[in-house]
Write a protein of this length. Structure first.
Length: 285
């Protein structure tokens, strides 16, 4: 039997084992090998014991948290070294449908410009995430979209290298926004198959209403709020986020924290610090 040219990478950081089990019970049956990159989890001994129950699951341990971007690059490089051409990247709290890998793989050769094929995303607490894009002619259920999260992405290793890989300075948050911008700027495509849907958790999402608008409070930690602000400024300086989009993004996040989220003072302080550090941050030459 020919070696499969698709790898699977899951990024771990203090995972909830019950949720991770749901993820692995599905995806491990679909792949020859699943590579778990652990970013310095405090429960690593339990994690390794747990992963040992699955055939074909490999764990690569980082002594400290290197960030999601670095871990993704690490997993992509591992798969590349082992002769893979495409890699499915997953967060630890995503739950894949049983046909995810097969469904995405069937589209990779439709166009040489395809860099990413992804499923529709069902965010628990929000519902189906609406993506912006245009339908692919003659391909029912497929559309070329502007942006997707990294979890559930079937990404071309060739295109990953061509766009300059994941930006490790981001550490966490907006990593997906950044690479999607670079993918599209180079003329590559992100294709969504709405016929396959993956369940995902973004923070602890709660649906709220402001006048006639529905908004989603993600309830991220102060740690995450810091990087959301810092990285927004950084992307603007990289010319990957227009000023108008950045301002709307910052205003929206402040309003959601003030109006709907707990631990407001600590979050606002970390957000203020994130903006300041983003202003000081230098882009790479």
């Amino acid at each position: 039997m020919a070696e499969k040219k698709t790898g699977v990478v899951i990024i771990l950081y203090n995972p909830e084992l019950k949720r991770l089990k749901q993820n692995l019970d599905s995806i491990a049956k679909q792949a020859e090998e699943v590579v778990c990159i652990d970013n310095g989890s405090e429960n690593i001994d339990r994690v390794e014991q747990f992963l040992g129950e699955y055939a074909g699951v490999v764990c690569i341990r980082n002594k400290k948290n290197r960030g999601i971007a670095a871990a993704l690059n690490q997993g992509m490089a591992h798969c590349q070294k082992n002769g893979k051409q495409w890699v499915l990247t997953l967060d630890q709290d995503s739950v894949c449908p049983v046909n995810l890998l097969e469904s995405l793989e069937r589209h990779v050769n439709l166009d040489k410009r395809i860099a990413v094929v992804c499923p529709g995303i069902y965010n628990e607490g929000q519902g189906m995430v609406q993506s912006r894009g245009v339908p692919c002619k003659g391909r029912e259920g497929l559309k070329s979209i502007e942006y997707t999260i990294t979890s559930g992405c079937l990404m071309s290793i060739e295109k990953w290298e061509a766009v300059g890989k994941f930006d490790e300075r981001l550490f966490i948050d907006l990593v997906d926004t950044d690479i999607c911008k670079r993918i599209r700027r180079l003329g590559f495509l992100i294709i969504e198959d709405s016929g396959v849907v993956m369940r995902h958790q973004v923070g602890s999402t709660k649906t709220r209403h402001i006048l006639w608008r529905t908004v989603y409070a993600k309830n991220h930690s102060p740690f995450r709020k810091y990087y959301m602000m810092r990285n927004g400024i950084y992307l603007y300086k990289k010319k990957e986020m227009p000023a108008v989009v950045l301002i709307k993004y910052i205003v929206r996040e402040y309003l959601l924290v003030i109006l709907y989220e707990k631990n407001k003072i600590k979050k606002l302080r970390r957000m203020n610090r994130g903006i300041w550090d983003g202003i000081k941050m230098q882009t790479e030459k």
